[in-house]
Design a protein around this ligand. Structure first.
Ligand code: ATP
Length: 278
């Protein structure tokens, strides 16, 4: 086998509760994450030297996908080289973990292509050193994620659910959103019970009930960085539609809309997409 093709799926946060901050600066969280059928398309090929093509991003190791391969190569002291080609369909810096998902797909792809025999746990451990969303992206599906992202408890009984993603075409820095967060942390017991209610609502495909319990503790600070998030939420609220920002934004998630409301949003925002959970 000379090459492998992979889909790197976007994730949403049905809830993102920040429960504390460790001495090393990392925030601890509790989040219900789920992949949706919006994906970057990745080809990983054996090559004479390491390279990446992922327009419009620079062709260097600032790309998390190449950084992930180089970290795996270093860890295992490999001589192999890879060409990584990525077609981005997930908006950049949008709270949908596009970069982390690309990196996770490349770790899996390299492991299979080169027959490296790395276990899921070994890949997740390496992944965590590259980004907090990596362990979830490697696990896939739906999961309750906690710690700094290293604890991934998979949820296997969610029926597929359609939802709407709206992105204003503006990047939000995850680091800046965390820096701008203010106020008390969410108590861990409270966080548990909120996530438990969310699990029930999500299982029932009950968007109204989901919207009663979902919460994103980065929403305020991300709105301060990117007011367009609030504009999207306001447009939806005016039509009586609940919404929540995913991750550090700026993507907003909402229930699927009728044609009229959908085309109004499509006229105003560059990325409006009805997707399904996987
Ligand atoms: P998260 O939800 O994990 O915080 P995000 O969806 O907000 O992530 P990404 O799309 O992963 O954000 O990108 C964040 C930054 O990472 C981008 O601004 C970009 O410069 C950089 N980056 C590095 N590699 C990639 C990649 N393969 N795809 C997208 N962005 C990448």
């Amino acid at each position: 086998m000379q090459q492998i093709e992979l889909s790197a799926y976007a994730k949403i946060n049905w809830s993102l509760l920040i429960t504390g901050q460790r001495d090393d600066g990392y925030h601890t969280l509790m989040s219900l994450m789920e992949q949706v059928d919006l994906a970057d398309e990745i080809t990983v090929q054996k090559a004479a030297f390491d390279q990446i093509a992922c327009p419009p991003l620079p062709e260097d190791a600032s790309n998390l996908a190449l950084a992930a391969w180089l970290a795996l190569k270093k860890k295992l002291n490999l001589k192999d080289c890879l060409r990584i080609i990525i077609k981005k369909n997930i908006p950049l810096a949008s709270g949908l973990a596009g970069g982390s998902s690309d990196a996770a797909a490349v770790l899996r792809g390299a492991n299979d292509l080169l027959d490296l025999g790395q276990t899921d746990e070994q890949l997740a451990e390496l992944g965590l050193s590259l980004g907090a969303d990596l362990p979830f992206c490697l696990a896939g599906g739906a999961a309750v994620v906690s710690g700094i992202g290293e604890r991934v408890e998979k949820v296997s009984d969610f029926p597929q659910m359609p939802l709407l993603l709206i992105n204003p075409g503006q990047a939000v820095s995850t680091a800046a959103a965390y820096r701008g967060r203010m106020g008390a942390f969410c108590d861990r017991t409270v966080a548990y019970s909120k996530i438990a209610s969310l699990l029930i609502a999500r299982r029932r495909l009950d968007f109204a009930q989901i919207a009663m319990v979902w919460q994103n503790d980065l929403q305020k600070s991300s709105i301060a960085l990117c007011p367009a998030i609030a504009h999207i939420k306001l447009d939806l609220a005016k039509a009586g539609i609940p919404s929540l920002m995913s991750g550090s934004g700026a993507t907003v998630i909402a229930p699927p809309l009728d044609e009229e409301n959908l085309s109004k949003l499509q006229e105003k925002y560059p990325f409006v997409r009805t997707v399904k959970t996987r």
